[in-house]
Design a protein. Structure first.
Lengths: 165, 57
C-alpha cells in the first residue's frame, strides 16, 4: 500500500494528475470499521485537456510506461488494483479540494473527508452506499454542520434525512 | 424469556463495542484487516466464478 501511494504521489508531482484522494470503501475504512473491498478507489482531478475533455488516457499511459498493467477497470500498482475515478461533478471536485492530508506509514497521502464520503454515497444511491452512509453516520464522528452545508449545496439533504431517519 | 432478552442485549452491546474499537484502530491496521478479509472472501468469490485479487501489501 505504501509503495502504491508513493507512485500516486509521483504522478501528482509530475503533473499527470492535479490532485488525488482515497475514496470508496478504503476511504470509508479510514473513519469506520474495516470494510471488505478488492480495489482502491482513487478520485482524481485531471489536468485540463485542450478540448476540455476529462480523460484518464494520460494517467494510464504514464502508468503503463512504468510497467503497470490494466486489469478490468483497474490498473495494478504494486500489488493493489487501483480504480481511478475522475471528478466528474461539483461534489467530487469539492471533495477533492477539501480532502484531508494524512500519512500512511511515513508516506503522505490524502483521504476524502468523511462528510464528503457520506454525501457521495447519497448521490450514488446504491444499496451498498446506503449501508456505508449509515456506518459513516454511526461511527465516523461527522461534523454535522459541515455535512449539512455539503448536502445542501449539492441538493442531497432530503435523501440524507430519508436514509438516516 | 427476559433472561434471553438481556443476554441478546448484552451480545449486541459487545458487538457494538467491538465495532467502535475497530473503527478507532490506526489506518494501516485497518488495511491489514481488509487484506485478511480479502484472504477469507476470495476463495468463496472465486468458487462463484468472480475475480478476487488479494492485495499484496
Amino acid at each position: 500500500m505504501q509503495r502504491t501511494l508513493q507512485i500516486l504521489n509521483e504522478l501528482e508531482q509530475n503533473g499527470v494528475m492535479s490532485r488525488y484522494a482515497i475514496g470508496g470503501a478504503m476511504g470509508a475504512t479510514f473513519y469506520i470499521e474495516p470494510l471488505l473491498t478488492f480495489d482502491l478507489d482513487i478520485f482524481v482531478l485531471l489536468p485540463q485537456t485542450r478540448g476540455g475533455l476529462l480523460t484518464l488516457a494520460g494517467l494510464y499511459d504514464a502508468l503503463r510506461a512504468k510497467g503497470y498493467v490494466e486489469e478490468d477497470e483497474c490498473i495494478l500498482i504494486e500489488g493493489i488494483p487501483v480504480q481511478f475515478l475522475p471528478a466528474y461533478n461539483e461534489l467530487l471536485e469539492e471533495a477533492l479540494q477539501e480532502a484531508r492530508d494524512t500519512m500512511y506509514e511515513g508516506t503522505p497521502t490524502r483521504v476524502l473527508r468523511a462528510e464528503h464520503l457520506a454525501a457521495i454515497c447519497v448521490q450514488t444511491g446504491r444499496d451498498k452506499d446506503r449501508q456505508r452512509a449509515r456506518l459513516l453516520y454511526e461511527q465516523a464522528a461527522l461534523d454535522l454542520d459541515y455535512l449539512a452545508g455539503v448536502l445542501a449545496r449539492h441538493g442531497l439533504d432530503g435523501k440524507w434525512k430519508e436514509w438516516t431517519s | 424469556m427476559d433472561q434471553l432478552k438481556s443476554e441478546i442485549a448484552r451480545l449486541f452491546a459487545a458487538k457494538e463495542r467491538r465495532r467502535v474499537r475497530l473503527a478507532a484502530q490506526p489506518f494501516p491496521e485497518k488495511v491489514r484487516a481488509v487484506v485478511q478479509m480479502q484472504r477469507m472472501a476470495a476463495p468463496i468469490l472465486r468458487a462463484r466464478g468472480k475475480k478476487a485479487r488479494v492485495w499484496n501489501v
